[in-house]
Every structure is written in C-alpha cells, then in structure tokens.
Design a protein. Structure first.
Length: 424
C-alpha cells in the first residue's frame, strides 16, 4: 500500500512497524513453549524427533518468510509462511494426536488474520480447523465415543478462532477507516484554507485596485491633463500659463508620491515583524502623522498580552483602514487610537471628521471589510457616527493569548505601564 507522507495511513503503518517487536516476542514465547512440551513428551525418541523437526521448521519458516510478511515487505512471503507452518502443525497432529503443541495456535491464528485479507483468513481458519479436526477424529478411538469429543472440541476451536480473527480484523478495519476519515478531514481543511487564502488575495487585490484608482490613477490623469495644457500654452507663446501648469504638475506629482508612500506604509506587513501589536500601531501612527499631516495619537490601556497572529493582523488592518477613511473621506485633522486589554481586546479609533449617517447605506470606506475580518475570528464591530460629529470604530476580539509568544520574559521585571502615548 502506498501512502502519502504525513498522512494518517502512514502513521498507522508506522505504528504497525513499532508493534513488530511484540509480534516477534509472542511467537518466540509460543514457539519455545511448544519445543519444551515436545521435549517433555513421552512418545518415544523417534516420534519426539519428528515433532521437534516440524516445530523447528515452523520457526525457520517464520524467520525466513513470516517476519517479512508481517513487516509488509511482500505479501506472498506471508502466505507461503502460513502454508508451511500450518502444514507442519497438521503433520505434528497426525504424528501424535495427544501432542501439546496446540499452543502454537495462539501464534498462528492471529498471524493468519494479520497476514491475509479478511475473507482469505476466514477461509483458511475454517479449512485448518476442520483439517485438524479430521486428523484427530481419524486418530481417535471412534468406538469408545472419542469421536464425539473431537467434534465438540473442533467446533469450539472453530468458533473461538473465528471470533478472535473477526475481532482482530474489525479493529484493524476500524483503525484504517479512522485513518482514512482523518486524511479526508485534513484534505478538506487544506482545501478550505486554500480557498480562504484565495478569497483573501482576491479581496486584497480588489481593495488595492480601488486605492490605486482613487489616488494614484487620478493623480496621473491630472498630471497628463496639465502636461497637455502646458504644451498647448507653450504653443501659443503663453509662457506664464505654461509655468503655472508646471507648478501644478509638480504639486500633483508630490501629492502622488506622498500617497504612494502612505500606501506602502499601510500595506507593508513588516509593521508586525519583531514588534508587539502596540508597537506596530505606534509606528503606524508616527508614519501617517509624518507623511500626511494628519495628527494620529496612540494609547494603550490595560495589561498587554501576546495575542495570536490572526488577532494582531485584524486589529492592525482595522487601524490602517480607519486612518485611511479619516484621511481621505472625513477631512479629519486628528485621530485617536485606543488599544484596550481586558476580557477581550478592543481597538477604538476616533476621528474628528465630518462623519456620516450610519442609517443610510454606505458604499466603500472599507467598513464592510473591517466587519468581515473581525467576524471571521469571532469578533464584533460597532460604528458610531453622525454628520459633523466625527466617527468612532470600536472593534472587540477574543483575548486569547498566544501560547508561545505569551511565555514570560525572565529578564523583565515589574508590570508594563497601564497607559502609554505616542503622538507626532
């Protein structure tokens, strides 16, 4: 059987390989017991010698073929071993009906079900049990009623061996079915994760296309229009108008450069690399304040904890989107970000812009994106706004510590400050 690396079927095969020592030890113990009871048998040197030869043959067959069959190296080796082993055991029964070597059954019947498919093992168990029963019946004193005892013992042996075999096969099939189910679940999870990544990439591309259209594309269009106007003015000999158009071109190009730098600052995931969430938000506030003139203030309240990566990303993207809205659409002059740690972690972004009516359908502004990101990890979003009264975006997410990042720093003493401010 071919299995994929890392699959549950591979884990099942690995477990089976680890259990090979147990199978070898069981066979060795049973085989040694058969040798001892044969040596103690009083059937005579000649009969005892033939029985020992058969038992030794079983051991040699196991070492040469059976062990490799159990190790899944070759299926035919396991079948050949069973053919030889059962043939020798039946021969022993024929040589000495009173032999105690039946203890080999404790090894051979489980091996039959381990080495063969379910229905083949079922058939071999019936044939072997009946063959041994026929040999014992033939060797018995049928006139004294021994035959009835042989029939009873054969029937009981058949029932017990089939019951044991079916139990082993059922357990193996259940383990294989569980492994298959786990593999299917893993595959479904991988497909779902891939679909979510593709959806996230598509959403990010759509957002980027809107951002570029609303900023850079419009700026380049203005530059192109002004350039044509300046060329036309020069064609008429109107140098003053051409110089005025060139001034506008320079101003528009500078604005576009600022927009590009802000876009890179907002989209670069490096904000969170080697930084805590609070540090990333402080850096974002400082960058936006320096590039745009919008005054952004950052506050942290409560006892900071290391959160999972998904939570950090959602809150950082929320802050970026809220600042973008305040800068481009609200004509805000001041934005305050509050990161609050408690039973949950909250990010509250407030601006002093023109605001809007929350009861009217909104288009764009990224608020839907903020809400979908938060809901994806079990969070909530509340938007409070009114015309001429600014806007507040309040995002609350489950405060689940990252088990790795939350390990205490032995070099740190004392609690962190309850309030830190960064203003530019």
């Amino acid at each position: 059987m071919t299995v994929e690396a890392g699959s549950s079927h591979e884990d099942l095969e690995t477990t089976w390989q680890r259990q090979m020592v147990f199978w070898h030890l069981v066979f060795a113990a049973v085989w040694l017991g058969a040798v001892i009871v044969t040596l103690l048998d009083d059937s005579g040197p000649r009969g005892r010698g033939l029985e020992l030869a058969c038992i030794v043959g079983v051991g040699v067959a196991y070492a040469a073929l059976g062990a490799r069959g159990l190790a899944r190296e070759n299926e035919w080796q396991g079948a050949a071993y069973l053919l030889i082993a059962w043939g020798l055991v039946i021969t022993v029964q024929w040589l000495n009906p009173n032999t105690e070597t039946w203890i080999l059954f404790f090894a051979l019947f489980p091996q039959t079900w381990a080495l063969l498919s379910r229905w083949r093992a079922f058939s071999v168990t019936i044939l072997v049990t009946l063959a041994i029963g026929v040999v014992q019946w033939w060797q018995s004193d049928r006139s004294s009623g021994d035959a009835a005892g042989v029939i009873v013992s054969t029937t009981l042996s058949l029932v017990l061996s089939l019951g044991l075999g079916l139990f082993i096969a059922t357990m193996a099939n259940e383990a294989s079915a569980r492994a298959k189910t786990i593999d299917e679940l893993r595959a479904a999870q991988a497909k779902l994760a891939a679909a979510e990544r593709e959806s996230g990439v598509a959403q990010e591309r759509e957002r980027l296309s809107r951002e570029i259209h609303d900023t850079l594309a419009q700026g380049f269009t203005s530059v192109l229009t002004l350039t044509r106007a300046a060329r036309a003015a020069l064609g008429r000999g109107d140098v003053e108008t051409a110089l005025a158009r060139l001034d506008l071109i320079e101003q528009t190009a500078g604005d576009n450069l600022h927009e590009a730098r802000l876009m890179v600052a907002e989209l670069t995931p490096g904000h969170l690399q080697s930084r805590s969430l609070a540090e990333a938000l402080e850096r974002l506030a400082a960058t936006v304040s320096a590039e745009s003139g919008l005054r952004v203030e950052m506050q942290t309240r409560g006892m900071p904890i290391a959160l999972g990566g998904a939570t950090d990303v959602v809150l950082l993207r929320t802050a970026q989107e809220a600042i973008t809205n305040a800068r481009r659409h609200s004509a805000a002059r001041h934005v305050t970000m509050q990161l609050v740690y408690g039973e949950d972690v909250r990010l509250i972004v407030t601006d002093d812009g023109r605001g809007f009516d929350t009861s009217t359908p909104r288009r764009g502004f990224g608020l839907d994106g903020i809400q979908s990101r938060a809901q994806a990890i079990g969070g909530t979003v509340e938007v409070r706004s009114a015309p001429d009264h600014g806007t507040t975006i309040d995002v609350a997410l489950p405060a689940e510590p990252d088990p790795v990042a939350a390990e205490p720093d032995p070099g740190r003493t004392g609690p962190p400050p309850s309030l830190s401010r960064s203003e530019s």
